[in-house]
Design a protein around this ligand. Structure first.
Ligand code: SAM
Ligand code: SF4
Ligand code: F3S
Length: 438
């Protein structure tokens, strides 16, 4: 009997990587991907718990899928929300089966068991030993782009930032062995891959649990794998970003110059309550070390508006830090209390409307800064990895520069996956456009 699956992914790049692992594992068990959710025998929602809104969106989609489920169809919930709410979701019939993040590489075997003999519906363990299958499977997983792979280098996080649910749902830091990571990248290159993204909640802590090499050395080794045209990495933590990392990037032309360095708040008082373990002064010294080593680079960040106790002065400090650093891009959120985290017991001092108003102010400021950062690229020549045909015109393609800016240029389907040199001519909305340089 042919069996098909469809995976819908929420949340961060770690979840995208895990969806790749689940898809590979299902295919090994004889499942094939369905083009549409409606056609699939097994629908998997790979979920996120980072904010209430992320959970609500996934819960609505799961409800919809359950309501329209035909007989024999399985609705599976995977990822961080499965770990957090899975037991309850199976008990009250909202999900047929749940798999926590540790079980992603075994999704095929687990779901086959469930279909064959009604095997257990709960797969939520967080035993370190369960990660062994992930290490043996592949840390390198597919993306929608055939030339790109997600490379998970660490799993979990033990920084316990006061607002964050991730350490509770993903468990402690586990670094995968460097030898295996580099070997997997080599195999991927033989299969046609040219771009990779090294993934971890804080990649800068790579090896701290296992005594393996430090992150900058792993980054350098990944960049030296023959055939890799671009290495990206996510996420960096300001407390662990060393000058060696910036120097390693500078030493390798094929490492992305886009560094994601979440600041969260510009107020030292708020940063301390958030348990971020750095001050704004330290953050600025890290930025200086990046500027010194890499004259041409881009910085992106995450910011939270309305953390409990954030005063108008604290908030102004965030606006001031944004003006000082001039981030190319920022991912901005209103604080969302998460049960079980350190900050959950702190009384909220702002109403929802006040938090949203502050969020809007940082969004507006960032829009203006991002526009300025893009405009500064006009006249420069950029290396762009082409990703897809433009949705707006069949004669144009869209790609990303080494500063992770989106760039539109004339081209066709034959250009996807290729690196081209582009002279930037202008800015259209939040995108650069240009022409191929001679
Ligand atoms: N590991 C990364 C780091 O250390 O910054 C990213 C963690 S989280 C998956 C992505 C972002 O979501 C965080 O950087 C933070 O800005 C935001 N975030 C996490 N918990 C949040 C919460 N409870 N409310 C609002 N935003 C939150
Ligand atoms: Fe969450 Fe902090 Fe870990 Fe990032 S470093 S995943 S924000 S606990
Ligand atoms: Fe969400 Fe889990 Fe990532 S909570 S942000 S999917 S690690």
């Amino acid at each position: 009997m042919p069996r098909t699956f469809f995976i819908e992914t929420f949340g961060c790049q770690m979840n995208k990587g895990d969806s790749g692992l689940m898809a590979a594992s299902l295919e090994r068990e004889g499942f094939s991907p369905a083009a549409r959710e409606e056609d699939a025998d097994v629908v998997i929602f790979n979920t996120c718990s980072v904010r209430a809104h992320a959970e609500d969106r996934a819960l609505a989609r799961i409800r919809e899928a359950k309501a329209h489920a035909r007989r024999g169809r399985v609705v599976a919930v995977a990822g961080c929300m499965a770990q957090r709410l899975g037991e309850r979701m199976v008990a009250d019939g909202r999900a047929d089966i749940v798999l926590g993040p540790y079980r992603s590489p075994e999704a095929g075997r687990i779901i086959t068991g469930f279909l064959m003999d009604g095997g257990s519906a709960l797969h939520l363990s967080q035993r370190r030993g369960d990660l062994a299958t992930r290490v043996d499977a592949e840390c390198v997983t597919r993306d929608v782009h055939p030339w790109h792979r997600w490379v998970t280098i660490t799993h979990g996080c033990e920084n316990f930032c006061a607002y964050c649910i991730v350490p509770y749902v993903r468990g402690p830091l586990v670094s995968f062995p460097s030898g295996q990571i580099i070997q997997s990248i080599g195999r991927a290159v033989q299969g046609g891959v040219t771009e990779i993204t090294l993934l971890g909640q804080n990649v800068n802590q790579y090896g701290q649990d296992s005594g393996d090499m430090p992150f900058h050395e792993l980054l350098s080794r990944a960049a030296r794998v023959k055939g890799i045209v671009r290495v990206n990495f996510l996420t960096s933590h300001p407390k662990d970003f060393t000058p060696e990392i910036a120097r390693t990037i500078a030493a390798h032309e094929n490492i992305s110059r886009a560094i994601h360095l979440p600041l969260q708040s510009g107020s030292d008082r708020v940063l301390a309550v958030m348990n971020r373990k750095y001050t704004l002064g330290h953050y600025m010294r890290v930025v200086e070390s990046i500027r010194a080593a890499l004259p041409d680079h881009a910085l992106s960040t995450d910011l939270i508006a309305g953390f409990p106790g954030e005063s108008e002065d604290d908030f102004m400090a965030t606006l001031a830090a944004m003006r000082e650093v001039r981030f190319d891009e920022a991912f901005m959120y209103a604080y969302s209390p998460r049960e079980g985290t350190g900050a959950f017991s702190l009384p909220e001092t702002l109403s929802r409307e006040e938090k949203l108003a502050r969020l809007q102010r940082i969004i507006d400021l960032q829009r203006e800064i991002s526009r300025g950062r893009l405009a500064a690229r006009v006249g420069l020549t950029e290396r762009v990895l082409v990703e897809a045909t433009s949705r707006k015109s069949p004669d144009e393609v869209m790609g990303r520069s080494f500063l992770n800016h989106p760039v539109v240029l004339p081209g066709g389907p034959g250009d996807t996956g290729r690196m081209v040199s582009v002279v930037i001519r202008g800015v259209r909305g939040s995108t650069l456009y240009g022409e191929r340089s001679a």
